[in-house]
Design a protein. Structure first.
Length: 114
């Protein structure tokens, strides 16, 4: 992993992969237990697909020296983790970037966001 400050270190990346894997298992169990309807299943599947896509993109872009793409993917993942910002399930290695993302404005082009 790249050691530039806007990119995850190996510990953060490993924590991210573990967290997404755990959410995948947990969502599967929850859907079987509750008999979640199609909307809930689609939302869960969409979150998981997006999470895996960007988790893998972080790794690929970092390995190929594409820092800008890796940083953008890392920012997307931080946004996807916001629902867990205060959860004990979120690994400590991911807490800082997730809390920072949760405080960012929804519209990054607002003057207050610059």
């Amino acid at each position: 992993m790249n050691l530039e400050p806007w990119l995850p270190g190996r510990e953060q990346y490993d924590a991210l992969r573990s967290f997404v894997t755990a959410r995948q298992r947990e969502l599967g169990r929850e859907q079987r237990r509750t008999g979640a309807g199609p909307e809930a299943r689609w939302l869960a599947a969409s979150w998981l697909r997006t999470a895996w896509k960007y988790t893998n993109l972080i790794n690929f872009a970092t390995e190929h020296g594409q820092s800008y793409e890796a940083a953008r993917a890392w920012a997307v993942m931080a946004d996807l983790l916001i629902p867990w910002a205060q959860s004990p399930q979120l690994p400590e290695a991911l807490r800082g970037i997730t809390v920072a993302a949760s405080r960012a404005p929804l519209n990054p082009w607002e003057p207050s966001a610059r």
